[in-house]
Design a protein around this ligand. Sequence first.
Ligand code: FAD
Length: 140
Amino acid sequence: MLIQLIYSSTASAAFSAEELTAILQQSVSNNQANAVTGLLLYTHGSFLQLLEGSPAAVDATYARIARDPRHHSIEPHLRTPIHQREFSQWHMGFHQLEAADARALPQFAPVFEQGFDPHRLTACPDEGLAILRAIAGLDS
Ligand code: FAD
């Protein structure tokens, strides 16, 4: 059995490119070992991340991430069974949203203006999945 989990969070301080790279290297290394795949998005000091894999691996990874002092206000928005992985190409993909994304994806304008809003994502978790799929180039 496989699950997908999506959460959003707020960076504790502005991240440098080096700090983001360090998180990504640590994530890819751990996720490879645990057969976890997914995608991490960053904009306006906020993160949106999707993790997929076995329930035990995803829950253990999420529990470690939720204890990390480098971010706060960690809110889970979706935890659902899936038949197959959608983000299997990345042990952890990463994309920092930029102006070109805003032009290509006008339907997600609030995210490009203010970052990931946990209240909005809790009310409409499918929107989080939709933006992750759109950035990954997957059909939603
Ligand atoms: P170690 O690398 O030994 O770290 C030990 C402790 O130190 C941990 O509690 C860690 O939180 C903390 N720590 C490490 N480096 C720093 C630092 N520079 N500043 C402050 N504290 C630090 N991990 C994954 O395995 N998979 C993921 O997909 C993943 N995604 C992440 C997404 C975000 C937005 C963030 C902020 C972190 C993510 N992490 C991810 C990292 C995760 O939070 C843990 O730091 C990591 O899993 C712990 O790895 P480790 O057990 O090898 O511990």
